[in-house]
Design a protein. Sequence first.
Length: 338
Amino acid sequence: MIKEIFKSFIKDKISLIFIFLLNSFMIILFFNLIHQDKLEVFYPLVICIFFFLILISIEWIKYYSFNKKLHKSLGNGIFSFKGKTCEQKKINKIINSAHEKYIQEINSIKGKNENKTRFLSQWIHNLKTPVSVIDLIIQKCTTEKTDPFKSIESIKEENNRLYNSLEQVLNIIRLENFEKDYETNTVELISTLKKIINSRKNQFILNNIFPKIICEFDEVNIISDSKWNEIMVDQIVSNALKYSSGGQKSKNIYFTIEKNKNNIMLSIRDEGVGIPEWDIRRVFQPFFTGENGRKFRDSTGIGLYVCDQIAKKLGQGIDIKSDVGQGTEVTITYLSKL
């Protein structure tokens, strides 16, 4: 290592050595040209060599100590050294800064990988439930004399749960490359709501739930991405239907659109079971189902997490409030078309 550092030192300092020796030679030559009657070479040459050795020794000590620590740091990955010159101090600062950013990126990647692993394991665990139910239905159908049409309906229901779960996970995967699949444009909000409501018409009818759009304007334009906005609103509507279903009494889901300066607020309010106060703060966390998750088997804890992530990506606000037994209201804040 010393030989390698010394070779590098000579290469780096060759110009300094050359200039110093040339300067010493010129001074001796000049002195002897002035005093031609008395030539003197040995004494000034010794002085020049003496000061040259002092200079080169000081430069070598600074150069060697810095590069020795640098070589050790490259070997063990621990950057703990201080430069002696301004140049070395600046290099040290740059290396430490780059090293800190590198460590931060590594920790960030590790954190993302851990979250992905935890997410996938939880998602696979959720998928096992409908698969197990389908397996039980098939076993029951083959061993007992059951109505095949009811079995098919049950399998279809479980298959829909699998499909919805897969769609949610695919949306989360797409969110990682959101910038490649995002286009800001003008979206007409009322027509979007009508499209989503019509796509779930059978669920509204089956659950005896009626949608009501409350808006004093015939047309409301927002700035968003049409596809991602539909996914977000559709998920909220899906939750409203899920937690409002059951019972003979008809219920409503209210879609209220209001304008406030440069913002447009869309509130989707259901008359469902509501969310307990102690759960409301955690509803946007992945796989959190809370108390309602024990009552409704369809609860995955992914839907509102997806909505929250989409809202953040789109630069929109999303807020939720709820009363147990009264219902839940989710409010999305958009930028209006100016």
